[in-house]
Design a protein around this ligand. Structure first.
Ligand SMILES: Cc1cc2nc3c(=O)[nH]c(=O)nc-3n(C[C@H](O)[C@H](O)[C@H](O)COP(=O)(O)OP(=O)(O)OC[C@H]3O[C@@H](n4cnc5c(N)ncnc54)[C@H](O)[C@@H]3O)c2cc1C
Length: 585
């Protein structure tokens, strides 16, 4: 550790550095946290068991008594400080309670997440005391819902390109004109965090930046589209929001003027972690149903759970849950321990969790087979509900690019400095000679090359895997460096190597989290041996899966068909599709 700053574990992996002190011991729930979590979970389960989710899905509506029941449990204010009437749960507790909601239903989770993970987050992060006093108590009690309004018809992933404009009037107020699209809780919410373009001056020139405003339901000129008829999470309300010259007072500005884009990105960075936690909740439900089906369904005179290809699916589903949970609660625990730089971790938890859930849906449905395909059973609803997780709060494509480019930023800056030496690679081969110009990056590389970078705090059961993993960190850093040297600034345009870099970073973080969590379990005298044995098997299997994925990406860094893929895709676009008919070709 260079200093006391709690740096990103994933960020440092781009230097090949393993932050052992940050990942061991695995952050455990304290006795008090466990008790609180269990209390909330029990209380929520009681309410949740009374809800008809199939009906909610069919009618595309959350009943009023459910909104009310959630309010009585305090679930609208999970992250809001107690002084404003919230529960003030820490990150780990928040994630665990949110996962429980997802275990029951995706629509409820999206409504609650849209409200507090993103809808009211700007107020929490940047609100003035007056703004907080005015809104937080009502938002915490569930009297008001919140919504986060960034997306527009012409602006999805490219969020900076929004067109909604807030023009400053002579009296200091702002007039907002524009349209927002697919807004969760749109129409139902009273509090809208609205991201708008505003005019600014830079070096004597007029430039546009983004500013966040509170727009309140009932303001003149604010209206809503019809409820979107969605594939999944149908009971959550999604609408367009129209702003036809909505006049907003200056005191409704959230945070600094012109700093809204950074604020929006920070909010999404936060929200992604709970989304990952939620995915683990969804997987548990699927796994429970699929396991019971595998146990009870008999074919060829045996329960199908006795067939190898069903057993493999059950083991993979469990590994997906174990890995997602290990990553999420490693991240939330570190956030509770003071890690501020957690954006890469939370993005990876979202990507990993959403894809793990999607795989689980597929495997669970395959185990249930015909039953899984029938609306009578919840598999198809869970499949429809799960799909959104790969799309919103940053698509998984965008997040992979984000993780890779953000992670590479540190090494690239350092490499540019090292470029003062005529041959960068020679300098790195003989770093002692170059110590005078060695930067952060090279120092970290040096410590790695002289072998100070091994995992040591793992349980002996993981000796072999830990040693392999140490090597993977070195391989990864070298690949990151090679990619920078090969592509230079063009790396931004080369998304396939970026994807592989993000995938490798994800598997390294997954593996570290699994080893750390399982080590803590194995070292805990209070855990029954039977559970330890189960966790050891889960840990070993999850690690093997992760290792295989890492290796595949590593290999493809140098042996790939990237240029063929690009050329094929160009042909496909030119053909406007597949372009072949078996009759002719
Ligand atoms: C049910 C639902 C609820 C939502 N709730 C909200 C909400 O509350 N608030 C809000 O502001 N928004 C919300 N959204 C919008 C959501 O965040 C966007 O759909 C998402 O950001 C993607 O934008 P897009 O759909 O326009 O896709 P596009 O940005 O058009 O992307 C299309 C495809 O191209 C890929 N792509 C785009 N750019 C790149 C690139 N540079 N490299 C590689 N691939 C790329 C994408 O990954 C995707 O696969 C919601 C959406 C849905 C469906």
């Amino acid at each position: 550790m260079e200093n006391d700053k709690f740096e990103s574990v994933v960020g440092n992996s781009f230097y090949g550095e393993i932050e052992e002190n940050r990942v061991f011991p695995y952050p455990a729930f304290s006795a008090e946290q466990s008790e609180m979590a269990k209390e909330f979970i029990n209380a929520f389960d009681k309410l949740a068991a009374t809800i008809d989710y199939a009906k909610m899905d069919e009618e595309a509506k959350i009943p009023e008594e459910v909104y009310q029941g959630l309010a009585e449990l305090g679930l609208y204010g999970m992250g809001i400080p107690e002084e404003y009437g919230g529960l003030n749960l820490d990150y780990s507790l928040y994630c665990r309670v949110f996962a429980q909601v997802c275990q029951w239903d995706g629509s409820l989770a999206v409504m609650l997440g849209g409200h507090q993970a993103i809808g009211l987050k700007a107020l929490l992060l940047e609100g003035t005391d007056e703004q907080k006093s005015k809104w937080l108590p009502r938002l915490a009690s569930g009297e008001c819902l919140a919504a986060f309004c960034l997306t527009e018809p012409g602006s999805g992933s490219d969020a900076y390109s929004i067109k909604t404009k807030a023009t400053k009037n002579d009296d200091g107020t702002y007039t907002i004109k524009g349209q927002k699209l697919w807004i969760t809780n749109g129409g139902r919410a009273d509090f809208y965090t609205m991201f708008c373009k505003t005019d600014h001056e830079k070096n004597g020139k007029k430039v546009e930046k983004i500013t966040a405003f509170i727009v309140e339901k009932g303001m003149e000129g604010l209206s809503f589209g019809k409820k979107e008829d969605k594939m999944g999470i149908r009971a959550s309300e999604t609408r367009s929001v129209y702003l036809d010259n909505v006049k907003v007072p200056a005191e409704n500005i959230l945070g600094a003027e012109g700093k809204g884009f950074k604020l929006a990105m920070n909010i999404l960075n936060d929200g992604r972690l709970s989304l990952g936690a939620g995915c683990a909740g969804g997987m548990k439900t699927l796994m429970k149903m699929a396991t019971m089906h595998a146990k009870n369904r008999r074919q060829f005179d045996r329960p199908i759970a006795e067939f190898g290809l069903i057993q493999e699916k059950l083991a993979k589903m469990a590994a997906n849950i174990y890995t997602t949970e290990s990553m999420v609660y490693m991240t939330s625990g570190n956030m509770c321990r003071g890690m501020q730089d957690y954006y890469l971790e939370s993005a990876l938890c979202k990507v990993y969790g959403s894809e793990a859930l999607w795989e689980c849906v597929d495997m669970g449905l395959q185990i249930a087979a015909g039953n899984g395909y029938m609306k009578e059973y919840p598999y198809e609803r869970l499949m429809r509900d799960s799909r959104i997780n790969l799309i919103f709060e940053g698509t998984n494509e965008i997040l992979r690019a984000f993780v890779a480019l953000s992670g590479l930023k540190g090494p690239s800056e350092s490499l540019a400095e090292l470029g003062k030496i005529s041959d960068v690679s020679t300098a790195l081969k003989d770093p002692i000679k170059s110590l005078g110009v060695l930067t952060n990056f090279a120092k970290k590389r040096l410590s790695k090359m002289i072998g100070g970078n091994m995992i040591t705090k793992h349980h002996p059961e993981f000796n072999e895997m830990a040693s392999k993993l140490s090597g993977q960190f070195s391989d990864f850093a070298l690949q990151a460096e090679n990619a920078l040297l090969k592509y230079k600034a063009e790396i931004i345009e080369n998304e396939l190597p970026l994807k592989r870099i993000a995938n490798m970073a994800m598997e390294l973080y997954a593996s570290l989290s699994i080893i750390s969590r399982t080590t803590s379990i194995l070292n805990d005298d209070n855990i029954p041996q039977e559970k330890k044995d189960y966790c050891l098997k889960l840990g070993q299997f999850s690690l093997r899966e992760s290792y295989a994925k890492f290796k595949k990406n590593l290999k493809e860094m140098n042996k790939n068909m990237d240029s063929t893929i690009k050329s094929l895709s160009d042909d496909i676009v030119k053909n406007e599709g597949y372009g072949l008919d078996i009759i002719d070709f």
